[in-house]
Design a protein around this ligand. Structure first.
Ligand code: TYD
Ligand code: MG
Length: 454
């Protein structure tokens, strides 16, 4: 007789345990390990005992038509989805509370509905009347979206099964509750079960499902990581509270490039698309100031110019401050170390503040030169040439490495009125016409060229 196997799961990190414990070994949290329903056991045990069905195998050369896509007409949203919404796909949208996820998805659902899709919006957080009020405020009252307010997973699935929509938005996965899992809504077990059921439904019925997910303090989607693996596309909706810019970023996409961004602006009448983000991110740039460097970056498939701002001030602290917003702080420490070791420019005893204007996040190593430029310019109190954009990766030896897609970066810079580019010597770049290049081999050369002897 098969022995029933009981599993224990940590509700904080999702780790599986063989037996109950007061403290989870994996994450160290107390009182988070709960018993889960036993896994159903098939007849017999082991692989040989029960016979499965043979799966038909095919070669790699088989002609598969590309997935048909539905476009909403919101160009920023369509691009982040990889060129439109794929039927039967599952999309997870994460973001801080109040950042505008519900607004984005209501507008998105309305746009898809106007484009002819049968769209359903199910809110587990707000009553239908609330959602309707918001829709009226956003001028979407005439869009043929159907609203529901429900948290019971079984009722939602029954509704979707009857309605057979093309698109269903579920806001949010943490509010859903399945009666087959004995745990509170929002717990690991519930989130995993709900996501699994909805993703399975999407594949079976060809309904595109968009799930909203809350984000924990450290910026990950709350609940088990496994939900991110279950879905086809994971999008993050980011932005600074004080800024009106919002960035929708794809971190995983089975149907398109990852790292693609869509830029929106939160206005009194909802989110409006920003077609030219470079102009927006540079719009706050005033007179040339020390500590400002314009980085010609690539986000996904398109070039985006951003302003890296640095402030360097004498510190009263034993270990000076390194405050970095929108950049990787490990990367910044490396650049500070290279400046000190290779160029003899110390930052000891100085507080360093670095920021990317407009609430943008830059993760490309190509931003190294712009970061170094901003730091040096702030330290020397000497502005960089205002007509110049910078890009290039800095190696630990202080040498500058070429980066990908230089032409696209230069084209965007020229379009925005820049006439000079500071770039690695080894960079092969065409399309420099109209741009005066300043090629530098290493960081020491850069300091000499731009700031005199340094
Ligand atoms: P919301 O979509 O409810 O955020 P989330 O679902 O991510 O929690 O957005 C709430 C915020 O957006 C709220 O602080 C007000 C602001 N907002 C506007 O500025 N303009 C608008 O038209 C709307 C609908 C919201
Ligand atoms: Mg919401």
């Amino acid at each position: 007789m098969a022995r029933s196997v009981t599993a224990f799961t940590c509700t904080a990190c999702g780790a599986a345990h063989k037996k109950w414990a007061g403290r989870c070994d994996a994450c160290g949290a107390w009182n988070t390990v709960i018993e889960e329903a036993p896994l159903s056991q098939g007849p017999g045990r082991g692989l040989g005992a029960a016979k499965g069905r043979a799966v038909p195998l095919s070669g790699l050369s088989a002609q598969e038509p590309p997935p048909p896509r539905a476009c909403s007409g919101m160009a920023e949203l369509d691009r982040v989805l990889g060129g439109g919404l794929v039927p039967g796909s599952a999309v997870l949208v994460g973001g801080d509370p109040g950042i505008g996820k519900s607004t984005l998805l209501l507008q998105g659902a309305a746009a898809f509905a106007r484009a002819g899709l049968n769209a359903v919006y199910i809110s587990g957080e707000e009553a239908s009347a609330q959602v309707r009020m918001r829709a009226q405020r956003l001028g979407l009252a005439d869009a043929p979206v159907r609203l529901g307010s429900e948290t019971n997973l079984r009722d939602i699935l029954t509704t979707l099964d009857a309605e057979r929509p093309d698109l269903a938005v579920i806001d949010s996965i943490q509010t859903l509750w399945s009666d087959q899992v004995d745990a509170a809504p929002g717990s690991v077990g519930q989130v995993r079960a709900s996501a699994h059921e909805l993703v399975t439904f999407a594949k079976r019925r060809g309904t595109a499902i968009v799930l909203v997910g809350h984000v924990t303090k450290d910026g990950q989607i709350a609940g088990p990581r496994v939900v991110e693996h279950m879905v086809d596309t994971v999008l993050y909706f980011e932005g600074e509270r004080g800024h009106q810019f919002r960035i929708l970023r794809s971190v995983k996409n089975r149907f398109g490039p990852a790292d693609e961004i869509g830029v929106f602006e939160m206005t009194g009448a909802g989110l409006s698309e920003v077609a030219n983000p470079s102009a927006l991110f540079l719009s706050e740039r005033g007179q040339p100031t020390p500590g400002s460097a314009v980085f010609a970056g690539i986000e996904g498939t398109r070039p985006v110019l951003t302003e890296v701002q640095a402030l360097v001030a004498p510190s009263t602290l034993a270990s000076p401050r390194r405050t970095v917003v929108g950049l990787d702080s490990g990367r910044v420490s490396t650049i500070l170390a290279v400046l000190e070791a290779r160029c003899g420019i110390p930052f000891a005893g100085l507080d360093v503040f670095l920021n990317v204007a407009g609430g943008m996040k830059v993760a490309e190593p190509a931003a190294d030169l712009a970061i170094a430029g901003a730091l040096l310019s702030a330290r020397e109190d000497n502005p960089l040439p205002p007509e110049a954009v910078l890009f290039g990766e800095i190696s630990l030896s202080g040498a500058l490495r070429p980066v990908a897609q230089a032409e696209n970066r230069l084209k965007e810079a020229r379009k925005l009125g820049f006439s000079q580019a500071i770039l690695p010597e080894a960079q092969k770049a065409e399309g420099l016409d109209g741009m005066a290049p300043m090629r530098v081999a290493d960081l020491t050369g850069f300091v000499g060229e731009v700031f005199g002897a340094g």
